[in-house]
Design a binder for this molecule. Structure first.
Ligand SMILES: Nc1ncnc2c1ncn2[C@@H]1O[C@H](COP(=O)(O)OP(=O)(O)OP(=O)(O)O)[C@@H](O)[C@H]1O
Ligand SMILES: [Mg+2]
Length: 342
């Protein structure tokens, strides 16, 4: 049985649109205009126990909405989901005891208490036996180096310190499935690295199933073998990061080192290139033509070294999302609100 499985999961948000001004409010009493927003449009996922999957997409793609449905805090409009065999939004105690949702943008710890007090409350809530609680708390606080912070009021902690405490709080009950919604958002580079290292070590030790969303490609590159990309509520890619590049990038990079200095004029006939100095150049060539182009470069120029590389995943994703933002903008400018009433 997969740890997570969904079948045409959909969520449409409906909101009442108030017309401007007093007259608008009065009119709104008997005729309401609704706008509908399909945030998640029929998502099919299958994630096996122990996988750490990156869940990517531009702003507003439907990532958080999907994670909220999978963790049972939001009802879907239609479709099905099973997480560890449970239907999440039924919120069975056995389900809740086995999952965790961490939201980088939201706070779970009690603001006025020291983290240690929040942890004790969570021990009560999740009915964690004393020995297991102590062992996990010791292990997690050691891995995240938060020992000295445990007694400090949460409101006084830095953002990075607070995020570490949030992670401990979420993992104390040893959930089998963990949803991490942008756990590194807004953190400085050092804290991001710490949290990334922690997640890597934690996953290796616990073999829990993790879905991670992040806008930082480094998180995804280092942690996730598989990525799922969602755009405008639908899955547009599901597979290894390397496949994403071969599928969505039709260019390759031919990097050359020259035995003696070369002028830009000598390179111009071979297509678009970048030249950091006079003995190095990188050409962007069509994927299908890369071998032939490399051959032509080798036979004409004083090449001492050549490599053919894939474009960076970051760039591929940036291009995908940029194209999507353009499409969305065009759509929104061209369409009218879905009105209901007169
Ligand atoms: N409660 C709500 N009511 C109405 N619309 C909503 C609600 N929650 C989310 N939406 C809309 O649904 C869409 C998807 O939102 P969601 O938060 O899932 O995106 P996301 O992929 O998590 O984006 P981000 O990367 O910015 O966090 C957005 O257009 C958002 O405005
Ligand atoms: Mg989100």
């Amino acid at each position: 049985m997969p740890a997570i499985e969904t079948n045409h999961l959909r969520k449409v948000f409906q909101s009442v649109q108030k017309e401007p001004g007093l007259w608008g409010s009065v009119r709104g009493l008997w005729s309401r205009r609704y706008t509908e927003k399909a945030a998640v449009k029929g998502v099919d996922l299958r994630i096996e126990e122990g996988e750490l999957v990156g869940f990517l997409g531009p702003n507003g793609a439907g990532k958080t909405t999907t994670l909220k449905m999978l963790s049972g805090i939001l009802f879907p409009t239609s479709g099905e989901a099973r997480v560890l065999g449970y239907t999440p939004w039924e919120r069975r105690p056995d389900f809740l005891r086995n999952i965790a949702l961490v939201m980088g943008q939201k706070q779970q710890l009690w603001w006025d208490l020291p983290a240690s007090e929040s942890f004790l409350l969570l021990q009560e809530i999740y009915e964690i036996p004393e020995a297991a609680y102590r062992e996990r708390l010791a292990e997690l606080s050691e891995m995240l180096e938060i020992g000295p912070l445990l007694g400090t009021q949460v409101r006084k902690l830095s953002l990075g310190e607070r995020m570490k405490c949030e992670l401990v709080a979420a993992l104390l009950h040893a959930p089998r499935v963990v949803f991490l919604d942008e756990p590194t958002i807004g953190l400085d580079v050092v804290s991001q690295v710490r949290i990334r290292e922690f997640l890597k070590a934690y996953q290796a030790r616990q073999r829990s199933t993790i879905i991670l969303t992040s806008h930082y490609m480094q998180d995804v590159k280092e942690l996730c073998e598989r990525v799922i990309i969602i755009d405008q509520g639908g899955v547009v890619f599901d597979g290894p990061l390397a496949d994403l590049i071969t599928r969505f990038s039709d260019e390759k990079l031919v990097r050359l080192t020259f035995a003696q200095p070369v002028t830009p004029d000598a390179l111009a006939p071979f297509g678009a290139f970048e030249m950091p100095d006079e003995t190095h150049a990188t050409f962007r060539v069509p994927r299908a033509d890369s071998a032939r182009r490399a051959g032509a470069l080798l036979s004409t120029l004083p090449v001492s070294d050549i490599t053919i590389d894939e474009v960076e995943a970051e760039e591929v994703i940036r291009q995908m999302f940029a194209a999507s933002a353009l499409a969305t903008g065009a759509q929104e400018r061209g369409s009218h609100a879905n009105a209901n009433g007169n």
